[in-house]
Design a protein around this ligand. Structure first.
Ligand SMILES: Cc1cc2nc3c(=O)[nH]c(=O)nc-3n(C[C@H](O)[C@H](O)[C@H](O)COP(=O)(O)OP(=O)(O)OC[C@H]3O[C@@H](n4cnc5c(N)ncnc54)[C@H](O)[C@@H]3O)c2cc1C
Length: 511
């Protein structure tokens, strides 16, 4: 009988979220057809940074090495006043996620091009450029996506099991689903000035937020010899006042930057949004990335949140399509990703208040006070934690559940020494502290993890011999102390390396 589906999944939009969705599905052998209305990558450099969480996703997708070649290390963040006073600084401590360094500066068009080149190697991914999706109709068995070629007016229909709208802030998918985009858009118009560097200047590699009520400025080195300034227009100023480069130059010159330092490459205007779709799933169609949420840029998290959505949804859809995960598992996509998007949106809003000098005297004093020695890492750089979702047990500051496992170097019984993820494989894994985790499970618990294709691995300390194949040696001495810190003898890890369950709160498969 003819396969009723042209592909497993349709992806609308091939920006950063769309390409990560396609790469994730392809990794698990799931076919995707991508519709992208533009033939070229969006030329404006928007996102400026990625961190260790995002790079760990790239590692998981096998694209970290090519991406590393087109991004630069980020030194530190600082919030300054024009008089030279430093309001706050965040130095990046070493990452626990096995990524060096912890933060990178990027140039979005180059990074997107690299991701697309990697995706082009997968037979599972078919990209149809120059086609605009105009409708999605779903029934119990699948989704019919209709796309139009604006040049010829011709239309084509494609039948898939599921569809993902990765089509950005003005998402046609979201509109087709009748989903509302709730929230606000601020009136202030910002100008983004992208430049090519002609000579180095002191502290160029510090991401500096020049904090000021009237003219706060983002000043950041992008990769590949690019540099970015973002400034708000003052009341009364309009786009027309900065239409030509000669009109833009005075803004840079006021910051002490001149034609000897840079050449202006392009400039654009935009407004900040704080908006979220009221539903991220309608039946067989999902929203991811800017289609689901829009946030101000102050936490550098818009694009990264979208790529994390795409990765999360990708491995879950793959499990459902491959028959290893039950269909209701797909509801955990929104349960897990929405709180994370809310967290970064709120963080961005708070960081924006510092940049715009909107803090009260008490808030400013608290910021200036030296942090206590045992203070947790600032939320902008702290390792990720899931607040809710496919987890068993409490999500709390003293619980291991919901945390991302660190990624030290480990050794296996064949003598291979590599970062943890390289030796864990792609699926669910139970890790035991000097114990075979399977021995801690009841027969029914073991059967349930077996159904998910789980591996069972004992972590031994480095002065021990391995005794079987499913053992890893904790060469950096990180994993076992980490498990002990939370009182866990064993944890269940999901394919995205978050802890789903621990023996302290029960190791049975979460429901
Ligand atoms: C000035 C600025 C600074 C930023 N800084 C950061 C930062 O530092 N860090 C960060 O993480 N993020 C940042 N962002 C946000 C980031 O750029 C976006 O969040 C990110 O590009 C969203 O990716 P996406 O794939 O979801 O959507 P998009 O990049 O918008 O891609 C959507 C794609 O869908 C296509 N499309 C749309 N409709 C259709 C259709 N009907 N049919 C077919 N194709 C369609 C479009 O052509 C496009 O290619 C910034 C944004 C701005 C504006």
């Amino acid at each position: 009988m003819k396969d009723p589906y042209d592909a497993d999944v349709a992806i609308v939009g091939y920006g950063p979220s769309g390409v990560v969705a396609a790469l994730t599905l392809a990794k698990y052998g799931i076919s995707a057809v991508v519709f992208e209305r533009h033939r070229d990558i969006y030329p404006r450099a928007r996102a400026v940074t990625v961190n260790d969480w995002t790079m760990r996703i790239f590692q998981n997708l096998g694209v970290d090495e090519p991406v590393l070649k087109c991004i630069d290390p980020q030194r530190a963040l600082r919030w300054m006043r024009y008089d030279g006073t430093e309001i706050m600084r965040i130095e990046h401590p070493p990452s626990t996620l096995g990524i060096k360094p912890r933060f990178f500066n990027i140039y979005q068009p180059t990074m997107e091009a690299t991701l697309r080149e990697c995706a082009a190697r997968h037979a599972e991914i078919e990209v149809r450029f120059g086609l605009e999706v105009v409708s999605l109709e779903q029934d119990e068995a699948g989704v019919t996506v209709t796309a139009r070629d604006p040049a010829t007016g011709t239309q084509e229909s494609t039948r898939v099991r599921y569809a993902i709208g990765c089509d950005g802030g003005s998402s046609a998918t979201r509109n087709a689903l009748g989903v509302k985009l709730l929230g606000d858009t601020l009136d202030v118009l910002w100008i983004v000035i992208d430049c090519r560097v002609k000579r180095w200047w002191p502290d160029r590699n510090l991401l500096t937020f020049w904090s000021d009520k009237e003219r706060p400025v983002v000043d950041i080195a992008l990769s590949g010899g690019n540099h970015r300034w973002e400034l708000p227009l003052k009341p009364g100023e309009t786009e027309a006042d900065f239409a030509a480069q000669e009109q833009v130059w005075p803004l840079l010159k006021a910051l002490g930057v001149n034609e000897d330092d840079v050449e202006i490459h392009q400039h654009a205007f935009y407004r900040h949004h704080t908006r979220m779709a009221d539903q991220w799933r309608v039946g067989r169609v999902f929203l991811a990335g800017d289609a689901a949420h829009l946030m101000p840029p102050w936490a550098g998290a818009g694009m990264q949140t979208g790529m994390r959505d795409a990765f999360d949804l990708g491995w879950k859809l793959a499990g459902v399509i491959n028959g290893t995960l039950p269909e209701p598992f797909l509801d955990t996509y929104e349960t897990e990703r929405r709180p994370n998007a809310v967290f970064y949106t709120q963080l961005a809003v708070e960081l924006g208040r510092i940049i715009k000098q909107e803090l009260s005297e008490e808030e400013q004093a608290a910021l200036n006070a030296p942090p206590p020695a045992d203070a947790p890492e600032p939320p902008l750089i702290a390792p990720p934690v899931l607040a809710a979702g496919w987890l068993r047990g409490p999500v709390a500051h003293d619980s291991i559940v919901g945390r991302m496992v660190p990624q030290p170097v480990v050794g296996d019984t064949r003598g291979v020494m590599a970062r943890l993820d390289e030796l864990l494989g792609d699926r669910f894994v139970l890790l035991g502290d000097d114990v075979d985790p399977a021995t801690l499970l009841s027969a029914s618990e073991k059967e349930a993890w077996d159904k998910l294709g789980a591996r069972y691995i004992a972590v031994r300390q480095q002065d021990q011999h391995t005794r079987g194949t499913d053992e890893l040696i904790d060469l950096d001495g990180v994993l076992r102390p980490w498990l002990r810190k939370y009182g866990a003898r064993a944890v269940a890890l999901r394919p995205d390396r978050f802890v789903a369950a621990a023996d302290v709160s029960g190791l049975s498969v979460p429901v």
